[in-house]
Design a protein around this ligand. Structure first.
Ligand SMILES: C[S@@+](CC[C@H](N)C(=O)[O-])C[C@H]1O[C@@H](n2cnc3c(N)ncnc32)[C@H](O)[C@@H]1O
Length: 222
């Protein structure tokens, strides 16, 4: 199994971004894990505690509703949504990520599939009561971040919720390199898409040194 080398990683990502192939490298992160989901360096291997807290805060509203997880990685958040009662679709552009999910959860009720956020099946449009995005925008560059946000919003049904969990930064801080955290202006772009901000938290995680994050929920007006 390949040892994770942060310098080589950033160089590799930059080489893809420089040739305008910003999604070309994701599968390599999962294939490098050689079938072991615990070896995916960015996987927390547990659902986000902020997602769990959000789910608990409105527990009666989930049963039978449709949720979709963007860039689901190795599946922890998708499984948490399923346990909360959602009918869950979880997709990733990496076929190896989806293979890891299916091997990890052989009896799952989550529909794991390979798909591209920028070219998703047309029947998904405006279909989901809950969209969950964790850490995908921050690994995309430039215009793809805006396109990703707009594609996420386009999946949302009337009165649906969109949750965004991501690294954060102050405006003007660290403007290149991967991951590029979102600043407040960028995350406010979801409000600019016609959603209302229902909750917003800025927090530091438990790493040493702590890494700043945002967790926000938005609601479709309609
Ligand atoms: C930083 S990882 C986060 C994975 C997971 N959400 C987590 O929090 O552990 C970003 C994920 O987004 C996926 N991804 C990137 N671009 C995508 C796209 N256009 N469509 C679907 N998935 C994409 C990557 O393959 C990767 O699994």
């Amino acid at each position: 199994m390949k040892e994770f080398d942060p310098v080589a990683y950033k160089k590799m990502v930059k080489s893809y971004q420089d040739r305008d192939d910003p999604m070309g490298w994701f599968d390599s992160i999962y294939t490098d894990a050689e079938g072991d989901h615990t070896a995916v360096f960015w996987a927390d291997l547990e659902p986000s505690p902020y997602l769990l807290a959000w789910l608990e805060s409105c527990v009666s509203k989930h049963l039978g509703r449709k949720a979709i997880v963007i860039g689901c990685g190795v599946g922890d958040d998708a499984e948490a949504l399923s346990e909360a009662g959602y009918e869950v679709t979880a997709f990733d552009i990496s076929s190896e990520a989806i293979r890891l999910c299916k091997n990890r959860y052989p009896s799952t009720t989550v529909d794991y599939l390979v798909a591209d956020l920028f070219d998703y099946p047309s029947q998904w449009a405006e279909r989901f009561d809950l969209i969950y995005e964790c850490n995908t925008i921050q690994v995309l560059p430039g215009k793809y971040r805006i396109q990703a946000r707009d594609a996420m919003v386009s999946l949302l049904a009337l009165q649906g919720y969109l949750l965004v969990s991501c690294r954060s930064r102050l405006s003007g801080e660290q403007e290149s390199d991967v991951p590029l955290p979102l600043d407040k202006k960028e995350i406010n772009g979801f409000v600019g898409c016609g959603l209302s901000e229902e909750s917003f938290e800025a927090y530091d995680d438990t790493q040493e040194p702590p890494v700043p994050h945002f967790f926000a929920s938005y609601k479709s007006l309609g």
